[in-house]
Write a protein that binds this ligand. Structure first.
Ligand code: HEM
Length: 185
């Protein structure tokens, strides 16, 4: 996982609970306290330890942690990357850009370590279908972020998962439907 996401987990804890909770987070994750290089790919095990640490610090399970993280991700992302949101212009515009945004994020030195986890397997005026395959099993986050994308751009639609790796499927599959006037834009 790229350091950008690890940093967001740390910042989410700091914003909600303060610096002492961040020290606690790293202790619970059994990691050295640090700031990550945003564009460097770190071991997935490090992200997983951090995310489990965050659950422990907040005293919540993985579903609640993913919901909170999705909300934090979609609060911070427009603040950090306003041009991406402006150019995207719509939920479809942003969701269609996910593979490109992710692929362009790692520094050149980390390109070899990067692999795609979110792929677009269908895009029609009515819907986009995403396939998600990751050892981090963040499909709840994916669904929730997609839902917040619709809300962010003031659009109507629906998000659902049609199969899930946690339930034995080969990949997770998330469908984003576009309803109302902006469908197909
Ligand atoms: C400004 C927009 C965005 C930025 C800057 C961004 C950036 C990133 C980065 C750097 C990663 C780490 C990738 C890796 O190391 O493999 C990531 C992961 C992820 N992103 Fe995005 N992203 C954006 C938009 C989105 C949107 C709109 C969605 C979903 C609708 C999304 C879903 C995810 C998911 C689910 C992961 C976790 C992948 C894993 O399992 O490791 N992202 N994002």
């Amino acid at each position: 996982m790229m350091g950008h996401i690890n940093n967001l987990v740390v910042e989410m804890v700091r914003d909600a609970l303060g610096d002492d909770a961040v020290a606690d987070l790293f202790a619970k994750a059994e990691l050295e306290s640090r700031i990550y290089q945003p564009e460097v790919v770190y071991p997935e095990s490090e992200f997983q330890a951090l995310f489990r640490g965050a659950q422990s610090v907040f005293g919540v399970g993985s579903d609640d942690a993913e919901e909170a993280f999705a909300a934090y991700f979609m609060k911070r992302s427009p603040e950090m990357f306003p041009a991406i949101f402006e150019q995207a212009g719509s939920a479809r515009g942003l969701i269609e850009r996910i593979p490109t945004i992710h692929r362009n994020f790692p520094a050149s030195a980390s390109q070899d370590a990067y692999r795609d986890k979110v792929a677009i397997i269908e895009s029609t005026p009515e819907r986009i279908v995403l396939e998600y395959d990751s050892p981090n099993q963040l499909c709840n986050t994916l669904r929730r972020v997609a839902r917040i994308c619709l809300d962010y751009f003031g659009e109507e639609g629906a998000v659902h998962e049609t199969c899930c790796k946690k339930e034995g499927a080969e990949h997770c599959r998330v469908v984003i439907e576009f309803h109302g006037q902006k469908a197909g834009v």
